[in-house]
Design a protein around this ligand. Sequence first.
Ligand SMILES: Nc1ncnc2c1ncn2[C@@H]1O[C@H](COP(=O)(O)OP(=O)(O)OP(=O)(O)O)[C@@H](O)[C@H]1O
Ligand SMILES: [Mg+2]
Length: 272
Amino acid sequence: MMAIISLVNNKGGVGKTTMTVNLAHALANRQKNVLVIDLDSQCNSSSLLVDNKFVEESLYDILNGENDDIGKAIYSTPYDRLKCLANEEETSALEFDLSANLPDNYNILRANIKEYVNDKFDYTLIDCPPNLGFFVINALVASDFVIVPVMCGSRFSIEGLTKAIKLVHYIQQEDDNDPTRVSNPDLRFLRLAINSIDKRTTMSKVILERLKKNFGEDQIFETNIGMSTVFHQAEDLNKTVIRHAPRSVGARAYRDLAKELCGVLGDSDEGE
Ligand SMILES: Nc1ncnc2c1ncn2[C@@H]1O[C@H](COP(=O)(O)OP(=O)(O)OP(=O)(O)O)[C@@H](O)[C@H]1O
Ligand SMILES: [Mg+2]
């Protein structure tokens, strides 16, 4: 199995980072070799997974063309089989320079990482920033699949969602009249992943029903991640939920999600 999966939603705070890191840990516990690429220069997933005093080379050096061995930007984490391609805040400034050469530079992440990660990892999860700009387009061009995490607590989360899905469709299409246009016809929208649902509230139920109606039940992971304070606690201690509270409902949900993901991708079942 080799899959590069982007977690995309232009809305902030919907759980992209939490889902990337916990799903990655759950996949690693299923004996998969997993890489998290932190594509967000807020660096949240890097700081959850890697002690930043050890970070020397990072995504910055790769995108800047100053790194000829991407392995130098990939760090071990406290979790077996889980590694992280770390980011630094400085990377945000590169967007301006790299945007001078478009659409070529929409391909810069793919050109640098695809062969390497397919050789070394079963799953590569890309934690994206909360927009649909340069870095997210790079992620979609480099990816095989997209997961869109969505929070069920508010109507606005649905409104933002359609923009993300439109961008995925745009990247999927090749345009014969414009061969220079950025595209990735191999990209597949995998599923929406419902996060932070509170099944006791009517709002959550209403929004879940609306999502099923608008997108189709087969476009949504059956496993939902419930709202729980355990995620804040784990984040505060700089741990995944699976390490911080392995018996919590939150940890169990991520184990279930990893299992469901492997099933959807037809990956053989090695974990528990
Ligand atoms: N299921 C959940 N229940 C409760 N809180 C959650 C849940 N999932 C994530 N959170 C919390 O929500 C906040 C936002 O999550 P996270 O940082 O993962 O979102 P994000 O989409 O990556 O944000 P950004 O767009 O800024 O990168 C965090 O404090 C996180 O701990
Ligand atoms: Mg984030």
